[in-house]
Design a protein around this ligand. Sequence first.
Ligand SMILES: Cc1cc2nc3c(=O)[nH]c(=O)nc-3n(C[C@H](O)[C@H](O)[C@H](O)COP(=O)(O)O)c2cc1C
Length: 199
Amino acid sequence: MYQLLAHFFNHSKGSLSVKLRAGLKSADELKEVTEILNQFPLTEVILHARVADQLYSGTIDEEAFIYATQNLKHKLVYNGDIFSKQDFADKQNKFEGVDTWMLGRGILMNPLLPNEIKGIGISEKEGAELLFTFHQTMLEGYLEIMDNEGNAVNKMKQFWIYFANCFPNPKKTIKQIKKVKTLNKYNPTVKSIFNEING
Ligand SMILES: Cc1cc2nc3c(=O)[nH]c(=O)nc-3n(C[C@H](O)[C@H](O)[C@H](O)COP(=O)(O)O)c2cc1C
């Protein structure tokens, strides 16, 4: 890691932030990593305080995150397991002094979560419209960057594993989406799923 960062800062004028887990196998690895990160002018460090071996199992290692707040010289961004306004409030209470938060799965499961956390109230109709816009933006993005429509649809199917949570019957919704193989089938299926929340 030292060599990688040294190479970057020796050869580039760009800024660099680093996102990392607490370690590969053990959060003890964080100590050595912190010492290396502290030697470089990083913009910020984003820490998801699970070890890689955990994938998404278990919980965030709060001790490891607190270690980072105390020992990293860089601006520290919290990441991990924020799925609700309450989760956010809990993490804010636990990690005083942290003022930047990265959300992953929580937003895929509920793209309106940032609004909820910020206390921005919107009507159900507005919410449904925003969800549709979010969906269309993802789809258009994938259609632009993927080799063909089928691959874009496959990417959207992965997204729906999380996004289905926004609809009244997530299991049924995922089943409907899983069956789809072409964009021609995908579009009307999505329309009928959205009709469930458009009343
Ligand atoms: C579908 C998906 C794609 C992800 N892609 C990346 C990635 O490209 N790079 C990365 O550092 N983390 C990636 N992550 C991990 C997330 O950025 C985040 O660290 C992790 O999900 C924990 O945050 P969360 O509990 O808010 O989801 C991805 C996560 C998901 C669910």
